[in-house]
Each structure stands twice: as structure tokens, then as C-alpha cells.
Design a protein around this ligand. Sequence first.
Ligand code: ATP
Ligand code: SF4
Length: 329
Amino acid sequence: MKERILDVRGLTVGYGLGDDAVRAVRDVDLTLHKGEVLGLAGESGSGKSTLAYGMTRLLPPPGVVTGGEVIYHLEDGTSVDLLRLPDADLRRLRWSEIAIVFQGAINSLNPVQRISTQLIDVLKAHSPGTPHRARQDKARELLTLVGIATDRLHSYPHQLSGGMRQRVMIAMALALQPRVVIMDEPTTALDVVVQRQILRTLVDLRERLGFSVVFITHDLSLLVEFSDRIAIMYAGQVVEEAQSAELYRTPLHPYSDGLLRSFPALKGPRRDLAGIPGSPPDLRMMPSGCAFHPRCPRALDVCDSQTPALGQSRQNRSVACWLHPVAVP
Ligand code: ATP
Ligand code: SF4
């Protein structure tokens, strides 16, 4: 049995309260195991970023977590609920145990400071007692780790390519040897070749260093290549979860199938590219029944009135769709 590191249970997050609230994440369950890359995919607006911000308590107002728990299993065998942890304890866990690289982080590098200063600042903030020399050595080691020559240490961010800046962000995330790295669309600003090189580096580092990754993107073909397991989100809910290869071979949910047909895969058998007609629902006025039914090419009579729950289907797969009813024990 694989060791669990993070258990999200019933996480519900909205923007605002009351009837006008945007229900961006609804009752999501997710498990991250030690050393695995868990991919989270879905169209823009499906709630991926809200989930990442909500589970790490970094959600800016008017975002509110209205339910659920996020259990983090520490190395000593104890567990804490991140949603209920005192602020000071949570701050200690961030970066040292759980590092987060959010969308646009690449632009958050300080343009007037050298890379060395910025890496050393991260190290200084979390281990103030370490001698300066040791921090410099560590900064050099981190750059090497992400495939950047150490003579770039004294460069300013504008002197680096987008791909190199992204690698610096990964180096920063890994500075304190976290056990979990959460990355939200970290490579979307880069071209596909550089995106893949960076993800390859990340996956190689994961194998060497043993951390776990939650990788968020709308590009399912990237996840199929680089993650072990994939959870597909639609309208704030996880609608299918499977091993990457299994999902690629036989997506069960029509939305997963549509997403797979929306991006050309660089590897594996060819698929016709079709895309998904229509657009995601307004989260303040969700359709009745299955949220995907207005766009679903395979909708059944039951789909517009009854909501399918995520459960184990007869094929022993985790899916929320009336085409694959939950197996009766
Ligand atoms: P993207 O890939 O575009 O980042 P996403 O899947 O990460 O999309 P979220 O950014 O989590 O989706 O957004 C989920 C829903 O919450 C969307 O419908 C979005 O419009 C809504 N939302 C996000 N931020 C706010 C906000 N500050 N106020 C109101 N609604 C918001
Ligand atoms: Fe389509 Fe119905 Fe399955 Fe929803 S439950 S994805 S509408 S078949």
C-alpha cells in the first residue's frame, strides 16, 4: 500500500457567500501519495487554482473555504489538518514541507536583484543561523540541480530566458527540500518544447529526491506524459481519477475523452482532435443533474435530473458518470 502524504476530503470553496456565491470547488476528495506526480486537469475556470489556493490556505478574499479538511501526514507519523492549523505552524510548513509555485510566479522574481540574492534570501528566511558561505554553496547546488550553469547565479532575471526563469522558480521551491511541491500552470507561458524539458527535469528530480508533486494544467497531454495519476475537474468537481496510462487508453468520462481530443499528444497512438462543444457552466447557476450534460455527446435521459457521484465503477475506476454506474458492493 502506497504511503499517503496529503488527503483532501470534502473540500468546498466559494467566492462570496449566499445565493450569489461562485461555488468554485465542490466537495472534492483527492489523495497524494509519497513520491508520485498527481496531475490536475480541466478547462479554464474548472476550479484547479481555487483548489490549490484553498488547500494551502492561500486563497485571497472573497475566496472562502466553506467545508472539508486537508490532512497532511508528517514524516514522524502524525497528521495535521492544514485548514485548522494555527497560522504560525502553517507558515513553518510552507516551503519547508509544502512548496507552492503559482501561475505567473515566473514574473514574481525581483527584476533588480541577482538570482543569487533571491535564492539566498529564501534560504536565509528559513534557516537564519546558516553561514553565508554555506548558503552560497547551496544556491549553486540548487541551480545545478535544475540544469542551469552556476555562472548564471549572478545574472538578473531579464538576462535569463523564460525557461531558465522557470527553472529558477523550481530551484527556489526545492530550496528547503519540501516533501510536496504544488505547481499551478507553471509552464504555460513557455513553448511546448521548453515546457516538456522543464517537466522532464522536475520528474527526474522527483525520482532522485523523492518529493511528491501536484501539477495543475489545462493541457492534459502534458499530464499524460509526466504524471502517475490524473484527476479531471469539471465545474468545481473531480469527475474522473485514474492512472495516467489508463486514462489515456480508456477515458471513461465523456469530458475526459473530450479533453484528450483537445490536445495533440506527442507520444502514443494518434487520436482525432475534436475539442468540446459549448463552454463550462456559470458556477452561480449550475445546470441540474450532471453539470456536463448540456455539452455531453452521450447524455442519457437521467443526466439532466440526477447528479452522478464520484465512485468506483464496475471497471474499478473512479468516475462520476451515469454511463459507468457505481458498483454495488
Ligand atoms: P484557470 O486555468 O483559468 O486558472 P482554473 O481551473 O484554475 O482556471 P479557477 O481560477 O480556480 O479555475 O476559477 C474557478 C472559478 O472561480 C471560475 O469560474 C472563476 O471565474 C471563479 N473565480 C476565480 N476567482 C474569483 C474571484 N476572485 N471572484 C469571483 N469568482 C472567482
Ligand atoms: Fe454525460 Fe450523463 Fe455521463 Fe454526465 S452523467 S458525463 S451527461 S453521460
